[in-house]
Design a binder for this molecule. Structure first.
Ligand SMILES: *Cc1c(COP(=O)(O)O)cnc(C)c1O
Length: 354
C-alpha cells in the first residue's frame, strides 16, 4: 500500500506544537516571558503541566463536588463570562440567586410568611458566608452593648476545638476572641454543656457544626439551644447560635428531616452551607441565610448604584462568576425535595468514607 499523502504544509510533524521552538525552549517560571507564543503552544504547555495534578473524579477525600451533569456543564460554560455583581445587566441571574436563597431558607425552616422573602446571600463558599455571619453577630452584640452603656471591646465566640479553620480566620481577622471547647478521648465534637458554660456577656454567638470537619458528626444543636434558652433567661444576654452546616446543610434536611438543628430552634439566627460540598456544584459557591431581617444589621449592607439602579450587597468580594449560582439553581430544581436517588448516592458515599 502506498501513502497517498506524505506531508502537507500544515502538518510539520504529528504534533506540530511539540516540534515547535516554543515548546523546546523552556519558559521562565516566575517572570512574564519577553515574547508572545501561539495559542496552540500556550494551550499545550499548560495542559501538559496540569496532567500532573490529581484527578478530581478520583478524589474521595476532600468532599468537594467533582462531577455535574452535562446539561449543567453546558449552562455553566454559557454563563462563565457573566460577572455576578452586575445585577442590572444580568437580572435573571440575580433572580436565580434570590430563588436559591429562598429555597434554602425554607429548607432550613426560616419563619417566613407566605409572601415574605428570605434574608440571605450567595458567597464564594462557606468561609465567606461565615465571615459575614460572624460580622453580623459582632455588630449586633456591639450595638446592644453600646445601647446598654457597657464596654464592647472584648467580643468572644464559642466553638468546639474541631472547628474548620475559617472560624479561626474569622476570629483573627475580625478581632474576636475564639474560645474553644476542648475535645476529649472518644468525644470529638463540641460538648453542649461545656460550650454554654463558657458563654459570658461578651459572647457574640455559639457556633455549632453540622458535619464536623474531623469526622462528619453532627453537633447537638437542639441541646445547645435548650441550654442557652435557660441561660439567656437567667442572664438576659440573648446569646444566639450560628450553625455551620457547610457539609451537612444539604444532607440533614433530606436524610434526617425530623432532626431539629435549624431555624426550628429559636436561638439559631443564621446558617451557612457550602453549595460545592453536597450541594453538588463545582467549587465556588456557599450560602448564608439569616432567620429574620433583624438578625442582619442594616449598616452592614452596602448600597451601590454605579452599575445602574440601587443594589444592596453584603459580600466581602465585589466581582465573581455567575456560573455556580446557576449550577446551584439547577441542582435545586433538578432534584427537588424528593432527591431519592441523590440521597442514596450520598448515603453510599458517606458509608464508603467511613
Ligand atoms: C468546608 C467547611 C468550611 C469551609 O467551607 P468552604 O465552602 O470550603 O469555604 C467551613 N466549615 C465546615 C464545617 C466545613 O466543612
Amino acid at each position: 500500500m502506498v501513502l497517498s499523502r506524505a506531508s502537507s504544509d500544515t502538518d510539520v510533524s504529528v504534533h506540530s506544537t511539540f516540534a515547535s521552538r516554543y515548546v523546546r525552549s523552556s519558559l521562565p517560571r516566575y517572570r512574564m516571558p519577553e515574547n508572545s507564543i501561539p495559542k496552540e503552544a500556550a494551550y499545550q504547555i499548560i495542559n501538559d503541566e496540569l496532567m500532573l495534578d490529581g484527578n478530581p473524579r478520583l478524589n474521595l477525600a476532600s468532599f468537594v463536588t467533582t462531577w455535574m451533569e452535562p446539561e449543567c456543564d453546558k449552562l455553566i460554560m454559557a454563563s462563565i463570562n457573566k460577572n455576578y455583581v452586575d445585577m442590572d445587566e444580568y437580572p435573571v441571574t440575580t433572580d436565580l440567586q434570590n430563588r436559591c436563597v429562598n429555597m434554602i431558607a425554607h429548607l432550613f425552616h426560616a419563619p417566613l410568611g407566605e409572601s415574605e422573602t428570605a434574608v440571605g446571600v450567595g458567597t464564594v463558599g462557606s468561609s465567606e458566608a461565615i465571615m459575614l455571619a460572624g460580622l453580623a453577630f459582632k455588630r449586633r452584640w456591639q450595638n446592644k452593648r453600646k445601647a446598654e452603656g457597657k464596654p464592647f471591646d472584648k467580643p468572644n465566640i464559642i466553638t468546639g476545638a474541631n472547628v474548620q479553620v475559617c472560624w479561626e480566620k474569622f476570629a483573627r481577622y475580625f478581632e474576636v476572641e475564639l474560645k474553644e471547647v476542648k475535645l476529649r478521648e472518644g468525644y470529638y465534637v463540641m460538648d453542649p454543656e461545656q460550650a454554654v458554660e463558657m458563654v459570658d456577656e461578651n459572647t457574640i454567638c455559639v457556633a455549632a457544626i453540622l458535619g464536623s470537619t474531623l469526622n462528619g458528626e453532627f453537633e447537638d444543636v437542639k441541646r445547645i439551644n435548650d441550654l442557652l434558652e435557660e441561660k439567656n433567661k437567667q442572664t438576659g444576654w440573648e446569646t444566639p447560635i450560628h450553625v455551620d452546616a457547610a457539609s451537612g446543610g444539604f444532607i440533614a434536611p433530606f436524610l434526617y428531616p425530623e432532626l431539629e438543628w435549624d431555624f426550628r430552634l429559636p436561638w439559631v439566627k443564621s446558617i451557612n452551607v457550602s453549595g460545592h460540598k453536597y450541594g453538588l456544584v463545582y467549587p465556588g459557591i456557599g450560602w448564608c441565610v439569616w432567620r429574620t431581617k433583624e438578625d442582619l444589621p442594616d449598616e452592614l449592607i452596602f448600597h451601590i448604584n454605579y452599575l445602574g439602579s440601587d443594589q444592596p450587597t453584603f459580600t466581602l468580594n465585589f466581582s465573581k462568576g455567575s456560573s455556580q449560582v446557576i449550577g446551584q439553581y439547577y441542582q435545586l430544581i433538578r432534584h427537588g425535595i424528593e432527591v431519592t436517588s441523590l440521597v442514596i448516592f450520598i448515603r453510599s458515599n458517606i458509608e464508603f468514607l467511613r
